[in-house]
Design a protein around this ligand. Structure first.
Ligand code: FAD
Length: 457
């Protein structure tokens, strides 16, 4: 029987990063993957959506070429099949790259469905392999809620999850999106930019509920200005073929769609792990700060533990689990500085507490905001929608929350994450010379505002 120091089950951003790190630290590692390495993120999530968002942005920009003094000869159109082709090429390049990295680092990749027999034995392709440690990284799958008629619409391919929508033959003319979370709004931006009529139906009182209230209120206004219809406090009651019935404002309303995207959340892929008798938190596997489960030597990382369903968290957890197993006993996760992003035109990015959370924790804090309208770079780029909001402690001006609504917000947020890791304050950011003209100056200006006053406002 083949034996390993570590077997990793699932080759997504959690599993493949854990496998590479463990191998780099000297472990004999096998990674079992039933589809393609890269997981949901590279194959059906983060990367394909960002590629399509870029396609959509290029189309939208060209349609508004005259705003930039560019004169076009005729009508502008797009070819959806070519957009899908570009997406597939980007995905292939990245997944091949991951395959190469695994090989180079000496990880044995086993293609097949892994069946866990015990904490130390896994069956794959009819063979049983043995391991000292097991890292579970099986990810999560979209939830199809028990709405009458939805399952039937899904079987007829009228209702789809993000995975099917990323392969759809034609861009839908009318798209109804059930759920205004990160995935829902991302697809809303892609297809509305391409001219689809998009409606979001959200059960809660606003879209992207995990974001700061000021940011998400402004964001919803931008989406509406871009032609996306949003119903909040609205609940889908039934689906009948192409027709969606939802309650809104005390009444039942109907709307028809070519395609219905179901994006109400993900459920951890914990089926098949029952034999391990792990402590669970509903469908998620419970873990400690080292990602170890209730069974010694068995770890659960990424979407499977349901803490943060984000690729960068899965990878960070993969590193911690690998390091901990390999003897770095101080390796542990810090979940209070996880950056969060919503991708679109513009983006939202945040790290730390929202103002509501700061209030609920009874913190004394100061808020400083700075608008994109006052940024020379944003004006030059013709990207005026948005602002930054810094939440700092009243006494020392330590950064406790940062929220950005802007193009490229997801890139800007890293500076604030680093500042928080260093327990830095708004003083350090304000006194750090930021290059001009750049969007990063909005971070410096907001920091000036937190300690005194911004210069350019
Ligand atoms: P996964 O990436 O789900 O990987 C799990 C892997 O395990 C899969 O490859 C699967 O085939 C394999 N597997 C499962 N069971 C077995 C088995 N028994 N045997 C063998 N193999 C098995 N996150 C971000 O941070 N940023 C984004 O922009 C972003 N965009 C997203 C967009 C969409 C549309 C979606 C759906 C998700 C997005 N996410 C994003 C979330 C991100 O994709 C996940 O958080 C991330 O992929 C989780 O990584 P993971 O390693 O835990 O699991």
């Amino acid at each position: 029987m083949k034996t390993y120091d570590i077997v990793v089950l699932g080759g997504g951003p959690g599993g493949y990063v854990a496998a590479i790190k463990a191998a780099q630290l000297g472990a004999k590692v096998a990674l079992i993957e039933k589809e393609v390495v890269g997981g949901i993120c590279l194959n059906h999530g983060c990367i394909p959506t960002k590629t399509l968002l870029k396609n959509a942005k290029v189309y939208k920009t060209i349609k508004h070429a005259s705003d930039y003094g560019v004169v076009l000869g005729g009508d502008v159109s797009f070819d959806w099949s070519l957009m899908l082709k570009r997406k597939d090429l980007v995905v292939k390049k990245l997944t091949m790259g991951v395959g190469g990295l695994l090989k180079k680092n000496g990880v044995e990749v086993i293609s097949g469905l892994g069946k866990v027999l015990s904490p130390t034995k896994i069956e794959v392709n009819g063979e049983t392999i043995e391991t000292k440690n097991l890292i579970l990284a099986t990810g999560a799958s979209p939830i199809i809620p028990p709405i009458p008629g939805l399952k039937e619409a899904y079987e007829k391919k009228i209702a789809v999850t993000s995975r099917e929508l990323l392969q759809i033959a034609d861009a839908p003319k009318k798209l109804v999106i059930i759920g205004g979370g990160v995935i829902g709004v991302e697809f809303a931006t892609i297809f509305s930019s391409l001219g689809s009529e998009v409606t979001i139906i959200e059960k809660l009182d606003g879209i992207v509920p995990m974001m700061d209230d000021d940011i998400r209120t402004q964001y919803a206004k931008i989406l509406k200005k871009d032609g996306i219809t949003i119903f909040v406090n609205a609940e889908v009651k039934a689906v009948n073929g192409h027709e969606v019935t939802y309650s809104f404002d005390g009444k039942d309303e109907k709307i028809s769609a070519d395609t219905i995207l179901v994006s109400v959340g993900m459920r951890p892929n914990s089926q098949g792990l029952e034999v391990l008798n792990l402590k669970m938190d509903r469908a998620a596997v419970a873990t400690d700060e080292h990602l170890e489960t209730s069974v010694k030597g068995v770890y659960a990382i990424g979407d499977l533990n349901g803490k943060y369903m984000l690729a960068h968290v899965a990878s960070a957890e993969g590193l911690v689990a690998a390091e901990y197993i390999m003897g770095k006993k101080d390796a542990k996760m810090r979940y209070d500085r996880v950056p969060n992003a919503v991708y679109g035109h513009p983006e939202i990015a945040s790290v730390g507490l929202t103002e509501k959370e700061a209030k609920a924790q009874g913190l004394t804090y100061k808020v400083s905001t700075f608008p994109l309208q006052a940024s020379g770079k944003a004006l030059a780029d013709n990207e005026k929608d948005g602002f930054i909001k810094l939440i700092v402690s009243e006494q020392y001006k330590e950064i406790i929350g940062a929220h950005i609504l802007s193009y490229n917000a997801s890139d800007l947020i890293a500076e604030l994450g680093v500042t928080m890791t260093l327990e830095g304050t708004a003083y350090e950011i304000a006194h750090t010379i930021h290059p001009h003209p750049t969007l990063s100056e909005i971070v410096m200006e907001a920091a000036h505002g937190a300690v005194d006053k911004p210069i350019h406002m």
